[in-house]
Design a protein around this ligand. Structure first.
Ligand SMILES: Nc1ncnc2c1ncn2[C@@H]1O[C@H](COP(=O)(O)OP(=O)(O)O)[C@@H](O)[C@H]1O
Ligand SMILES: [Mg+2]
Length: 369
């Protein structure tokens, strides 16, 4: 086990700059997730830490050791690649044994190898499959075996590249729940990259959001979810994505969003975007609740999603998505949607627009009580 420190990490492929000076500090035993869309530089980050990118710049320290000039196999990292290839002609046990036989991960007697393989396959729940060949495994079992090939190697730092991406949604959710409980992962410094925000929120002690080779926000799941630094981060977390409503701001600092007055932070210019997560909106019957922001509109589409309903609403010309538990709402209905003021985000213009803060209720609403 060891800490991981990355300073000013750069990488390029020809003219493409993949990483623009990344800084990262992982504490010993921390599980850190990098979240970013395809092409953001996630794989390149892991490969650079592992020493697999030619001409990568910056500094990497693992367990306090400077990695400059250190060969990949000497860095104390175990990396899982996106492809997760298994040897088709080898059994599960032989697949797991091969990293231990290479000699690059220490010298293991066959008794030690068996013990280590038993330990890892037990935590992964594949200890009954040791004699099977990859073609005799389900997708989920194959993925676990591939992960086993990584975890079987004792390492200071595990580098995991989208290990659940090849699984169907149900298995992914199950593995997500299990992954952090794995003895090998809990307690070993892990840098895990994914494009799946649910994985990031569920697994990360901290999350770093990567955009075009730059970390734009680093924080706990609660921080990046609750206070996204810009509209890119806001949109990266949550499905459906956060609603962003354009709103002009009057000279008194009051924005109008779908006909509703909203007090925005003092440094807002002439226009803002008001951000509301679809699941923070509630469909309400009867009079609009006080102390909440209220939007009114007509339902243009109502789609059932199991226990909840996704509503597309036209709120005074603004398209708004709301996910509610109310199953009675039908297409064509007029609905009243309300949201806690504390969950109304305000962003500046531009792409991405910077977070300015939360919105507030105007003090003088003029509403009869
Ligand atoms: N071997 C390569 N040659 C050229 N460009 C590459 C290569 N690998 C990655 N890139 C480019 O570098 C950027 C980052 O890629 P990558 O790290 O694979 O992103 P991610 O893993 O987040 O999808 C992308 O623009 C990608 O096209
Ligand atoms: Mg990748």
């Amino acid at each position: 086990m060891g800490s991981l420190s990355v300073r000013g990490l750069t990488a390029r492929y020809g003219k493409t700059v993949a990483l623009h000076g990344l800084d990262l500090e992982l504490a010993d035993g921390e599980f850190f997730v990098i979240l970013g869309p395809s092409g953001a530089g996630k794989t390149t980050t892991l490969k650079s830490v592992a020493g697999l990118v030619d001409g990568a710049g910056g500094e990497v320290h693992i367990a306090g050791r400077d990695m400059t000039g250190v060969e990949p196999y000497d860095r104390g990292v175990a990396m899982a690649f996106e492809s997760y290839a298994l040897y088709p002609q080898k059994t599960v046990e032989q697949n797991l044994a091969s990293p231990l036989r290479s000699g690059r991960n220490g010298t293991w007697t066959s008794a030690q190898q068996s013990e280590r393989i038993r330990q890892v396959t037990t935590t992964l729940g594949i200890d009954h499959l040791l004699g099977r060949y990859p073609r005799e495994l389900s997708n989920g079992q194959r993925q676990r075996t591939a992960l086993g090939r990584v975890l079987v190697r004792p390492a200071e730092v595990y580098l995991l590249d989208e290990p659940l991406s090849h699984l169907d949604a149900k298995l992914r959710a199950a593995m997500r729940a299990e992954l952090k409980q794995l003895g090998e992962l809990s307690g070993t410094t892990t840098l895990y990259v994914t494009h799946d925000y649910q994985e990031a929120l569920a697994l990360g002690d901290r999350i770093g959001v990567l955009r075009e080779g730059r970390l734009v926000q680093v924080g706990t799941p609660a921080q990046v979810w609750g206070e996204p630094v810009d509209t890119f981060v806001a949109r990266s977390l949550g499905q459906p994505e956060m609603n962003l409503l354009d709103a002009p701001v009057d000279p008194g600092g009051v924005a109008r969003v779908a006909g509703v007055a909203v007090v925005v932070p003092a440094d807002a210019g002439g226009a803002v975007r008001v951000g509301i997560r679809p699941r923070d909106l509630e469909a309400v019957d009867g009079p609009a609740p006080e102390g909440r922001l209220v939007l009114r509109g007509r339902v243009t589409l109502a789609e059932r999603l199991g226990r909840s309903v996704e509503l597309s609403v036209d709120a005074a010309g603004h398209p708004v998505i709301a996910v509610t538990a109310d199953h009675r709402v039908r297409e064509g209905d007029e609905v009243t949607l309300s949201v806690d003021w504390g969950r109304v985000h305000v962003f500046g213009p531009g792409e991405p627009g910077p977070r300015l803060g939360s919105a507030r209720e105007p003090l003088m609403t003029g509403r009869a009580r």
